[in-house]
Design a protein around this ligand. Structure first.
Ligand SMILES: *Cc1c(COP(=O)(O)O)cnc(C)c1O
Length: 724
């Protein structure tokens, strides 16, 4: 095998005493270890904010006197030594959950494919929930010691930055990412040339070079077609996420699936488990079939063999949302492939055929389901919906027996938890609370946190959120080009003592970002009650091609600008992981209003719960199984509606009723003894106690391991062996 160099660009001239900051910058371990971020921010707080918390850009730009100053600061140096010690211990990974539970499976490996990875705002190559879930999955796999590697794309134009015009129209600003200024490591060969793989597309071969992002102990390999030998059009193939051009899309998916397998082979991996996170990577099955058939297996033997190791996770509860291609496109791109697999065209199409009212399509989830022995949905409710939706693939089975199980999503505790909240947990739950983030009994100790301390942290986090909004509005105003009303819309009239609701998500129509505006006058009466005021902060992007989604943003933005709101409705532009962190940590209530059953899971509410915000949501996705009557609120019951208009009317009414009669009064009621909102705190603790462990990424990744990966490794689960 060729020599592969994965050399951290040695570009910083750092004082010797703190020279390892350069190494730390290139391992995303710092993302979920807030103390390690202090090692950067403490040096120059302004610059740290200015480079959007990107330590590589930070170290490139920081001025020498600031660096010299900390080398004389005892407090700083002590922290530096402590953090580096923890970092080294972590990387050594002597005793992990995996190594202790599965000592015999040390040499196995798991490949995890996803179209997007959301790891941190400084690497903006994710669009939303799917990417953040993938990023959190890698971080937790690292924490648990799973032998996992990620495969995806690094999009050199990222996802777009959002700007809202005065009239509320979403404008997209394209980014040009500079990988040299990001925690991204180039892979090169022995001659220091970029390491590349190739895939065949019609009439040409396309080359992709490989990059590495180190996520704790887990490597993430990323493909990038922006290389000289490609045509200008091919260089753009991996420029952006979720193109609407079907030819770009199928080319990207060929690159991810087929190119991804080739990249792993080049890097020397022989994965036992192949996890397709959503259907985008399902072409990997074709490459694995081809490999085996080339070694002399028949198609049937090869298919039986690869099924064993394949794991497929579906995230899409509506048929139209699923990734599929028209057959003419499949003919164009795969005409060579069915021969290689020993199939006729029809047999090839049958691997993924999805017959719909408008004709036959080549469906990526169908391909994945046909060729995976392990398949799952992402919440209990989504499991039911998925079994019904894909039952036609198993006509001989009853719906309940369709082999799609569910593993409910979770969130990576360290990534989403506010540092101050973590300190409280450390003090009252114990130093090992991070290792026990998924231990339900352990979390009952939340009751021991004094209300006054918990409330003080909550108020601190809300102030931080409001200052963040203020600062952004100030900056936009100062930079020019905005109308004064946009400064108000950006949150300058927010104040830190009002009940604050967050609504932040992709503006897809089913998420109904405008449901709360349905009876505007009633909403105004609720929020402008001067003794019990309410503020609502909106944020979120619409896909650039989603006109109805952009219209909803416009409707929201126009409402926000209305003087009747008295500045209590706010829209924060450019939702990303940074904005998300401020919001989920700072608001009191997290609102979610999807049209059932369109929300496969949802994860932002889990992030909010962890930080002591209360969920107020339709009983869809994760909330359907999480809500217990005391850990937040529901909107509506499980009523099915045939008329969406009636449904919106009814659910908006229920939303206002609960808000007005329960949530607002509860928040403002004060105990006479200590002037704290005692009944509110009871709910907050109930929410943290029940939701933080159950919807942790730790619980989730352990379930993937114990239920799906183990089976994909061909290991039979011993009775109770998977219970800890
Ligand atoms: C968590 C997160 C999401 C996913 O949120 P949903 O609850 O699925 O809507 C989307 N975008 C960002 C930036 C996030 O952090």
């Amino acid at each position: 095998m060729k020599t592969i160099r994965r050399e951290i660009p040695n570009q910083f001239r750092l004082p010797r005493r703190i020279s390892r900051l350069g190494e730390l910058a290139y391992n995303l371990w710092w993302v979920w270890n807030p103390d390690s971020q202090i090692l950067f921010s403490f040096i120059d707080k302004n610059l740290w904010e200015g480079v959007s918390h990107n330590p590589v850009a930070f170290l490139q730009q920081v001025e020498r006197p600031y660096l010299n100053a900390v080398t004389n600061d005892r407090w700083y140096l002590e922290l530096y030594d402590k953090v580096m010690q923890r970092y080294d211990d972590y990387l050594r990974g002597a005793n992990t959950w995996y190594s202790e539970k599965y000592p015999k499976l040390k040499h196995k490996s798991i490949a995890y494919f996803s179209f997007e990875f959301g790891l941190h705002e400084s690497i903006p190559v994710y669009a939303g929930g799917l990417g953040v879930l993938s990023g959190d999955h890698l971080k937790e796999a690292s924490d648990l010691g799973l032998p996992l590697v990620g495969v995806g794309f690094i999009y050199n134009q990222g996802y777009f930055a959002q700007h809202i015009t005065e009239d509320g129209w979403q404008e997209t600003r394209n980014l040009i990412l500079n990988f040299d200024q990001m925690p991204v490591i180039p892979l090169t060969d022995e001659d220091h040339q970029p390491l590349t793989i190739q895939v065949d597309l019609p009439d040409r071969a396309v080359t992709a070079r490989l990059w590495l992002i180190q996520v704790g102990r887990v490597p993430l390999y990323l493909l990038d077609t922006n290389v000289d030998s490609n045509s200008p059009a091919d260089r753009q193939l991996t420029a952006r996420l979720y193109s609407n051009d079907p030819e770009v899309r199928i080319s990207q998916e060929i690159l991810l699936g087929i190119g991804g397998v080739r990249a792993l082979r080049l890097l020397g991996y022989q994965p036992d488990v192949w996890h397709m996170n959503e259907g985008h990577s399902a072409f990997l099955t074709l490459e694995r079939l081809r490999e085996m058939i080339q070694q002399g297996k028949t198609f049937e033997q090869a298919a039986a063999e690869i099924r064993k190791g394949n794991v497929f996770t579906t995230h899409t509860p509506v048929p139209a949302g699923n990734d599929q291609f028209p057959l003419w496109l499949v003919d164009k791109y795969f005409v060579q492939v069915w021969d290689q697999l020993g199939l006729t065209r029809d047999q090839f199409i049958d691997l993924a055929r999805h017959t719909q009212s408008w004709g036959d399509n080549f469906s990526m989830p169908v391909l994945a389901l046909h060729l995976s022995n392990q398949a799952n949905a992402v919440s209990e409710l989504h499991g039911q919906v998925s079994r019904a939706m894909w039952q036609f693939l198993w006509p001989e089975r009853k719906e309940a027996d369709v082999p799609i199980t569910h593993i409910t999503n979770g969130v990576h505790t360290g990534t989403w938890l506010a540092r101050r909240m973590g300190l409280l947990f450390q003090q009252y739950l114990g130093r090992d609370w991070r290792e026990r983030a998924d231990d339900l009994d352990f979390w009952s100790q939340v009751e021991a946190i004094p209300d006054a301390q918990l409330w003080a942290v909550r108020e601190h986090l809300k102030r931080k959120l409001i200052m963040f909004a203020n600062e952004r509005a100030r900056k936009a105003w100062h930079e020019g080009g905005s109308h004064p009303v946009q400064v108000v819309a950006g949150g300058v009239l927010l104040e830190p003592y009002s009940l604050t609701i967050g609504f932040a998500r992709r503006f897809a129509t089913y998420k109904r970002g405008n449901l709360i505006l349905r009876d505007f006058d009633r909403l105004m009466r609720i929020i402008n009650n001067t003794r019990m005021p309410v503020q609502i902060i909106f944020a979120g992007k619409a896909h650039p091609a989603d006109e109805p989604g952009k219209l909803i943003i416009q409707q929201v933005y126009r409402a926000v600008k209305n003087a009747k709101t008295a500045g209590r409705l706010v829209f924060l532009e450019d939702y990303d992981m940074n904005v998300a962190r401020y919001l989920v940590q700072g608001v009191d209530v997290w609102l979610n209003t999807p049209r059932r059953p369109n929300e496969a899971s949802g994860t932002s509410g889990m992030k909010a719960a962890l930080n002591g915000a209360l969920n107020f949501s339709v009983l869809d996705g994760w909330w359907h199984e999480a809500y217990n009557g005391m850990n937040g609120w529901s909107i509506g019951d499980e009523t099915e509606y045939s008329d969406p208009n009636l449904q919106d009317d009814a659910e908006a009414r229920e939303l206002y009723d609960t808000l007005e009669n329960e949530i607002v009064p509860l928040y403002y009621s004060r105990r006479s003894s200590d002037k704290l909102p005692g009944d509110w705190m009871v709910r907050v603790k109930e929410s943290i106690r029940t939701l933080a462990p159950q919807f942790s990424m730790k619980r989730m990744v352990k379930e993937y391991m114990d239920e799906l990966y183990l089976s994909a490794m061909g290991v039979k689960k011993a009775p109770n062996a998977a219970e800890d």
